[in-house]
Design a protein around this ligand. Structure first.
Ligand SMILES: NC(=O)c1ccc[n+]([C@@H]2O[C@H](COP(=O)([O-])OP(=O)(O)OC[C@H]3O[C@@H](n4cnc5c(N)ncnc54)[C@H](OP(=O)(O)O)[C@@H]3O)[C@@H](O)[C@H]2O)c1
Length: 333
């Protein structure tokens, strides 16, 4: 936390999370790791959902060592597999008889090659959005239980400034079973504009995170649910995300080193997500991040409104119908 500019003050202002059950994906590094440790420190029961790996085992050992008195559970969940997500949701239900107060859909990958998951979807879209859509559907009854018992519950999604690039228009083909046929492996970074096919797929997945929030928010409001839908972005945070992209051929090493000079710490980057998860005043339909513009890379997480380029009937309905088709079932609120 040495270089974090805002996190210590932000942390001091967070409320107690005692009596809350928090489910969070992707806690082996980065913003998810910080968010899981933070809510554990605030007294929450925490269920971390990760795919099996040495990173996952080590991160859970670190979490339990840092918070020996906390109620912590590790649940295996590979977001590249719908079956794995369904099994994880069943395990969460078993471990959470009192409901789920916060579902943080945090995990993500960036600029991977044009490959299909075993389910046939783009690896980035399935990991970043479709599996989180399924997880949210499966856990909605538990979110409703918590909301009835304690007045509210929340779904916090994690988007990016990439939601704006380049077209601001969600395209159905990225949500269909077209994995491996979505433009190829070019990275196409020119003059700091990330517009090659690897990035188009990432951008679409991060636009889907925002569109999902908007669609969920409207549906929850229409049914007078006490469950809230919120979304965050971390600006540019120095996490494992970029390392994976470099390793997988999505960004050059030298370029990344220069680019990351503009980044903030993972703790500062986690403030938007933690605001959605914890802040007492956070409202459904709010976006938290270091600004709403395309250059909002660093700074305090402030709330702003969902944006018209995805918060519109056509985009919300496209997102919902394509996501339902992908998971093979309806998601009725
Ligand atoms: N860092 C930034 O500047 C930035 C900017 C905008 C948005 N974001 C968003 O912030 C979120 C968190 O990313 P981060 O920056 O903290 O990156 P990170 O350090 O790479 O963390 C990503 C997490 O997602 C997990 N994950 C990846 N694939 C998975 C799968 N198939 N199943 C389960 N978990 C999986 C990773 O676990 P493994 O160890 O298994 O890989 C890891 O725990 C992402 O949604 C990302 O798009 C980050």
């Amino acid at each position: 936390m040495t270089d974090s500019k805002y996190f210590p003050t932000f942390l001091a202002g967070l409320p107690s999370m005692t009596d809350k059950t928090v489910v969070i994906t992707g806690t082996t590094s980065g913003t998810g790791k910080i968010a899981a440790a933070t809510v554990a420190g605030l007294g929450a029961k925490v269920l971390v959902l990760n795919r099996a790996s040495e990173r996952s085992t080590a991160a859970f050992a670190e979490l339990t060592a840092a918070h020996p008195d906390a109620d912590l559970y590790s649940v295996e969940c590979d977001l590249q597999s719908f079956d794995s997500v369904r099994a994880a949701a069943a395990k969460v239900a078993e471990l959470s008889p009192g409901g789920v107060d916060v579902l943080a859909n945090n995990a993500g990958v960036m600029a991977l090659a044009d490959t299909a998951t075993g389910d046939g979807y783009d690896v980035q879209m399935q990991t970043n959005h479709l599996s989180h859509f399924l997880l949210t559907r499966e856990l909605m009854p538990l979110l409703e239980v918590a909301a009835e018992a304690r007045g509210e519950a929340r779904v916090a999604n994690h988007s990016s400034v990439a939601r704006m690039a380049p077209s601001k228009k969600l395209q159905g083909k990225y949500l269909e079973a077209n994995g491996g046929n979505l433009g190829g492996d070019g990275s196409g970074i020119q003059n700091m504009v990330f517009n090659g096919p690897r990035w188009q797929r990432y951008n679409q997945s991060k636009l889907a995170n925002a569109a999902f929030t908007a669609a969920l928010h409207h549906r929850l409001q229409s049914s007078s649910s006490k469950v809230k839908a919120l979304v965050a972005h971390p600006g540019l945070a120095n996490t494992h995300l970029q390392l994976t992209s470099v390793k997988e051929g999505g960004m050059g090493n030298m370029f990344t080193n220069i680019f990351m000079r503009f980044s903030q710490t993972p703790e500062d980057g986690a403030m938007g997500l933690l605001s959605c998860m914890c802040l007492a005043g956070a409202k459904s339909g709010q976006f938290y991040g270091p600004g709403s513009g395309a250059m909002a890379m660093r700074g305090k997480a402030d709330p702003f409104d969902l944006e018209p380029f995805y918060d519109n009937d056509a985009t919300r309905n496209l997102l919902w119908s394509k996501s339902e088709a992908a998971i093979g079932g309806s998601f009725d609120i």
